[in-house]
Design a protein around this ligand. Structure first.
Ligand SMILES: Cc1ncc(COP(=O)(O)O)c(C=O)c1O
Length: 416
């Protein structure tokens, strides 16, 4: 898809009430990979739900009926945005929880000596859940990053796939390295081997909502609280796989849809309704930038994804170019953002200063940023980086501005 239309950043900032609060606005927020701000559409949906329909949903009285309808509508809209069906989407409290429940369910098909591939590039959420299956007799095989580039190489995966491989768990985008792994190609290879792929899209989705059918992933999860929504996570699974997974919920609901059987305790009502607000936000972006009617929800998302990724590429390169010019800085991951090779999640370390020292200086100067291992400690171990001090991570999304990045650079310049 080619379009020369550029993201209207002033319009975007106006959608987020946080930016009109002087106190919040004084700070530059660059810890988006930890959790993003929410647009007004999400806040309004939450307020309305709390005011009018904060009751147990799905009963026959008016407020309860509406509550259930709002939750279903939110899930339906989000399913359309990622090209999934309603029955294929499970909304739970976190991605860690979604993977934990999924691994419990899949564990019933795992027998001694089955092999499971995990990476050392993933966040622990998509490693620990699978490593636990060692207790069932599974053999855990690690797909290791190239220690020079911090990237996963597909050729290395090919070498460790065997007829015994049941599951390959891999991140779409690392929350430290930032590289977008070619999940579509990986899924193809994994399927040719007769194995299942579980992809972690947490660090990918905020920069472009995935088309799960096009990627052909078996399972895919991402955290909605990093994708402009409340503290929830979305798990997608192919319906023919989900429907055969054993019930993880109360015994008496075992005949229900996977979004019940694989969601013990169910999803948070008011927050699930907020998915309507996220969808509205993306539609508002579409309507503001494009004056052609596009009825297909996924098609509108494709346009918005393109707008966002071109914009994010531009602001990421400002920081990457600056850091690349410093010989005492080690950037973890690719040094240039182009053709969707990476997310604007930029991690680095300094030769002569700790990551904490850098962050302390930035925080003192009103820049919201963080250092550490961000629960992806295995990458740091492979790269020989202190696990506690970790990396400095500047993570942007499409509401960050060029001037914010220049202010970050001004502050970095005082300390690098
Ligand atoms: C890449 C990645 N995967 C998984 C997670 C875990 O997500 P949650 O906090 O929803 O469990 C995170 C959280 O930071 C993450 O960055």
């Amino acid at each position: 898809m080619s379009t020369n239309i550029e993201l209207d950043i002033d319009f975007i900032r106006k959608q987020f009430p946080s930016f009109s609060d002087d106190k919040v606005n004084k700070n530059i927020f660059l810890e988006n990979a930890g959790g993003s701000y929410v647009p007004k559409t999400v806040i309004d949906t939450l307020n309305n739900f709390m005011l009018k329909t904060k009751v147990q949903p799905y009963a026959d009285f008016e407020s309860s009926k509406i509550a259930g309808q709002k939750m279903d509508e939110g899930i339906k809209l989000f399913s359309e945005m990622i090209n999934a069906n309603f029955e294929e989407v499970i909304i739970a409290s976190s991605t860690t929880m979604n993977f934990y429940v999924l691994s419990n369910a899949l564990s019933e098909n795992i027998k001694a000596n089955d092999e499971i591939i995990v990476t050392n590039q993933d966040h622990e959420a998509n490693i620990g859940a699978w490593r636990r299956l060692e207790k069932k007799g599974a053999k855990i095989i690690e797909w290791k990053i190239n220690n020079e580039t911090a990237e996963l190489e597909i050729n290395d995966l090919k070498k460790i796939l065997t007829p015994k491989t049941k599951i390959v768990a891999v991140t779409h985008t690392s929350n430290i390295v930032g590289t977008n792994n070619d999940i579509k190609q990986i899924a193809k290879i994994v399927h040719e081997n007769g194995s299942l792929i579980v992809a972690d899209g947490v660090s990918h989705a905020p920069h472009g909502l995935p088309d799960v059918k096009d990627l052909d992933v078996d399972f895919y999860a991402f955290s909605l609280y990093k994708t402009f929504g409340p503290h929830l996570s979305l798990l997608y699974g192919k319906y023919n796989l989900l429907k055969n997974l054993p019930n993880q919920n109360h015994e008496f609901v075992s005949d229900e849809l996977p979004n019940t059987t694989l969601n013990p305790g169910g999803s948070n009502h008011e927050e699930t309704a907020c998915l309507i607000g996220i969808s509205e936000y993306f539609d508002n972006i579409y309507n503001h930038h494009f004056n052609k009617i596009e009825n297909n929800h996924r098609s509108r998302i494709k346009y918005v994804n393109k707008l966002i990724s071109s914009y994010e590429e531009k602001i990421a390169n400002i920081l990457l170019d600056y850091l690349s010019g410093k010989n005492n800085v080690r950037i973890i991951g690719q040094r240039k953002s182009a053709n969707k090779n990476r997310a604007p999640t930029i991690s680095f370390i300094l030769k002569n200063k700790s990551s904490k020292e850098i962050c302390d200086h930035l925080v003192k100067n009103n820049i919201g940023i963080r250092n550490g291992n961000f629960y992806a400690w295995r990458i740091l171990k492979a790269l020989n980086i202190d696990l506690e001090d970790g990396v400095v991570r500047a993570s942007m999304v499409h509401y960050n501005t060029e001037s914010e990045i220049y202010r970050l650079i001004d502050e970095l310049d005082k300390i690098i």
